[in-house]
Write a protein that binds this ligand. Structure first.
Ligand code: MG
Ligand code: MG
Ligand code: MG
Length: 306
């Protein structure tokens, strides 16, 4: 029986590359692992898959009756539907441990580094499995993506070491050039509906019983969305509905290294307090903020009393 390797909902490059790399790792050991994704690839992922000669893994969103491995998450909210009606056999991740539970012991490999593909490179090395050059290419791209070309506070020495080794295996000379090509693809917003942009890299979190959604758009400059702010705010309003306490959209300027945080909330004061900042209209500029995982979410958790 195949094991299906799922990245999280709203797939990003790491969740897709890690699914492919973890499946390839197990296949190299003679096991039947199949990478899948829970939705369409985003423009950056699409570019990366194409550049290294992959087609997108098949889409799958339900775990019923299946053997399942999770990569790049261990939160039920981000996992395939009906996980409890399937069998979870493995988790490989680099986030805080989420709320999945199992009845049996499973393979669980999690490290506090910048990217799941860094964790996987360490796993390959640990088990003496050679990384396929094409797979090395997408792993490399995933690390550049998750660490924002090493600028994110989530980036560690292990990530830099993995990039150095993976670029040799993949035959990539210039990681700067690769990153700029990815940034160009990911920050293309012209003609894209606002709701699609909000969902391009979006996650829901449970904050002390309140549902909070956080999206992030990484941009080369905030000018790229200057004309779209109104439409983005409307999309956030729709997303919030009555169901969510807060919806945030991080407009991250990768060059200036900061985020203009768009906010719609039942309690603006709480969000201002969380980031020690003041809203000007419906957003606030937060210098140095790059990472949802390491900066946005922990600050929110503290403010919500989690
Ligand atoms: Mg991810
Ligand atoms: Mg990741
Ligand atoms: Mg990310």
């Amino acid at each position: 029986m195949s094991v299906y390797v799922f990245g999280h909902k709203s797939p990003d490059t790491d969740s897709v590359a890690a699914a492919i790399a973890f499946a390839a790792f197990n296949k190299a050991k003679g096991e039947d692992y199949v990478p899948v994704m829970q939705g369409k690839p985003n423009p950056e992922t699409e570019m990366v898959l194409k550049r290294f000669g992959f087609s997108a893994p098949e889409t799958m969103t339900d775990a019923t009756g299946k053997k399942v491995a999770l990569v790049d998450h261990s939160d039920l909210a981000q996992a395939p539907d009906n996980l409890g009606a399937g069998e979870l056999v493995a988790v490989v991740d680099h986030h805080k441990i989420g709320d999945v539970t199992t009845n049996q012991p499973i393979f669980f490999f999690n490290m506090p580094v910048g990217c799941t593909c860094t964790v996987l490179k360490i796993l390959y090395d640990l088990e003496g499995v050679k990384v396929d050059p094409k797979v090395a290419g997408i792993m490399l791209a995933a690390i550049l993506s998750d660490t924002v070309n090493f600028k994110s506070p989530t980036c560690t020495e292990a990530d830099k070491k993995a990039v150095k080794e993976l670029k040799e295996i993949a035959g990539v000379q210039d990681t700067e050039e690769l990153f700029m090509e990815m940034l160009k693809a990911k920050s293309a917003v012209a003609g894209v509906p606002a709701m699609d942009l909000l969902h391009r890299d979006y996650k829901d979190f449970d904050m002390n019983g309140k549902k909070v959604g956080v999206g992030q758009l990484e941009l080369a400059t905030l000018d790229q969305v200057a004309e779209m702010r109104e439409a983005l705010y409307e999309a956030m309003k729709t997303q919030k509905g009555g169901e969510r306490h807060t919806v945030l959209l991080m407009l991250t300027d990768v060059v200036k290294e900061g985020t203009d945080l768009m906010v719609i909330s039942d309690d603006d004061g709480l969000i201002e307090k969380a980031f020690d900042n003041k809203l000007a209209g419906n957003s606030m500029w937060i210098d140095g903020m790059m990472s949802r995982k390491k900066q946005t979410v922990p600050n929110l958790q503290k403010a919500f009393g989690c």
